[in-house]
Design a protein around this ligand. Structure first.
Ligand code: NZQ
Ligand code: ZN
Length: 449
């Protein structure tokens, strides 16, 4: 137990400068309690009264610890809420101290922008190993190496630090660590059975992988790329400042990906949900508005945080509630990445134009709504309005500096034939009407030439 001399050396957490009367019992009681707190984190709460009024006269604050004023006589309930929230955060957002962590990274951007140092500092005293080299469009070949390292070290918690590719690759590592066979089996099955827990530190906004359970994995030897469902991250840390170091093309691809995620869940059948439509339209408007601001100043915290949050909300299971979904553009885009290595967002900026043109009749109602609400196109015949809407959409992708035609990327008939063959061989039918088969994929790709 500390003696008076030791107590008097402790910092004063109720600073002089409060306006309580000299000799007031309340301030003495508070000081004595705070002196006894040792190393515990403390939050103080006071109901309305002398103590509260005299210690927090706006704009001053005499408290050296977090302080809450409760306007009613239930400070005790408020503080038990704080405690419950703190415990909840610990459960969800902290890695238990006894976990053996494997941190996964991409090619090294986090070393250059300081994120690596932040992570290492936060994990001081923990038991961890590092796995480097998860590439853009993560491959099962790399995941196999990571699973071997994780097994060797008994890793039972994964921390993915990077963009969608690092997170996606880590989702497969999480499943692979608890699976006896080849991780590619999990991808082909489309669903992981068991996974070790995974947290993420996001450095590139596009995929929503930080808040969804999806993952897209490539197999280099066969030039295939498929999605599977793993587990949701137990927490994700999103700091907009990590986006400051992104190359402009990555941001363009991230905005394109975000925009098309929304269209995949919105540009289907009209009249299914006013609320989902408005949310989706809100994200589209935001992306259109912030894109030029990002080009002006990539270090604008407010703008970059809207980009970051917009990308997460576009694919975190929110705007898909109760509405039909398409995803044909994505599936065709994955083939273009698998065959040509074209960046994901860049494939979408091309294919979406073909999808909207070929499925124009099926999507007529939604195209008209989107044209009016997003692009302000309300005059003229329906055909004219849709034409202008398709043009505005294409112009938007071009404003990001992305190609909108396959020929610009040197892609032609050989690839179209291969994608048609692959779709026919697997018998897939994508889209909200399940009518995008091999032949439809060909028409869409031809419309992108
Ligand atoms: O590898 P490093 O060195 O970290 O560099 C990366 C990479 O080269 C770099 N980068 C990331 N953060 C950076 C940075 N450079 C500078 N500063 C930073 N802060 O950016 C490059 C691209 O990163 P990547 O992770 O590949 O980008 P993205 O987040 O767009 O992920 C794309 C992958 O996600 C899949 C895509 O198919 C693609 O494989 N998707 C995943 C989805 C999901 N899980 O739900 C849905 C999407 O539709 C998408 O299919
Ligand atoms: Zn995407």
């Amino acid at each position: 137990m500390a003696n008076i001399k030791q107590l008097s050396a402790r910092p004063d957490d109720l600073a002089p400068g409060h306006r309580l009367c000299g000799g007031c019992g309340a301030s003495m009681a508070v000081r004595q309690v705070l002196m006894g707190r040792n190393d515990y984190d403390v939050v103080c709460c006071s109901a309305t009264g002398c103590l509260e009024v005299s210690t927090s006269i706006y704009p001053d604050n005499a408290w050296g610890v977090p302080f809450i004023h409760n306007a009613f006589a239930n400070a005790g309930a408020t503080i038990s809420g704080v405690e419950a929230a703190y415990k909840g955060l610990q459960r969800a957002g902290k890695i238990p101290a006894d976990k053996k962590i494997m941190i996964t990274f991409g090619g090294g951007s986090v070393r250059r922008n300081g994120v690596y140092d932040q992570v290492v500092k936060a994990l001081e005293g923990r038991d961890w190993v590092e796995f480097w080299g998860i590439e853009p469009n993560p491959s099962v070949e790399t995941v196999r190496e990571a699973v071997a390292l994780g097994r060797e070290n008994g890793s039972d918690f994964l921390l993915a630090v990077g963009g969608g590719s690092v997170i996606d690759g880590t989702k497969l590592i999480a499943a692979g660590l608890l699976y006896d066979g080849d991780p590619w089996d999990i991808v082909l099955k489309g669903q992981a059975d068991k996974t070790v827990p995974l947290g993420t530190v996001l450095t590139m906004s596009a995929t929503g992988s930080e808040m969804n359970s999806g993952s897209v994995i490539s197999r280099q030897e066969t030039k295939e790329k498929y999605a599977f469902y793993g587990d949701y991250p137990v927490f994700s840390i999103l700091d907009p400042e990590t986006l400051y170091s992104l190359p402009q093309r990555q941001i363009a691809c991230g905005l394109s990906d975000t925009f098309v995620h929304v269209l995949e869940q919105y540009m289907t059948t009209p009249g299914q949900s006013r609320l989902m439509d408005r949310w989706a339209e809100g994200i589209l408007h935001t992306v259109i508005e912030i894109a030029p601001k990002i080009w002006e100043n990539q270090h604008d915290y407010a703008v970059m945080s809207e980009y970051m949050l917009g990308a997460t909300l576009a694919l975190n299971d929110m705007i898909r509630m109760g509405v039909t979904q398409d995803w044909a553009t994505h599936m065709i885009g994955h083939e273009l990445t698998a065959l040509h290595g074209l960046t994901h967002g860049a494939t979408l900026a091309i294919v979406i134009n073909g999808t909207l043109r070929v499925l124009r009749e099926q999507k007529r109602g939604k195209l008209l709504q989107y044209g009016e609400r997003i692009w302000g196109i309300a005059d003229g015949s329906e055909e004219e309005r849709i034409d202008r809407t398709l043009e505005a959409t294409k112009k938007f992708f071009r404003s990001l500096g992305l190609s909108t035609r396959l020929s610009e990327e040197g892609i032609g008939e050989t690839t179209i034939a291969e994608i048609e063959r692959r779709f026919n061989a697997s018998g897939v039918k994508y889209g909200e009407a399940q009518n995008v088969d091999g032949a439809a994929a060909r028409r869409i790709l031809e419309a992108c030439m």
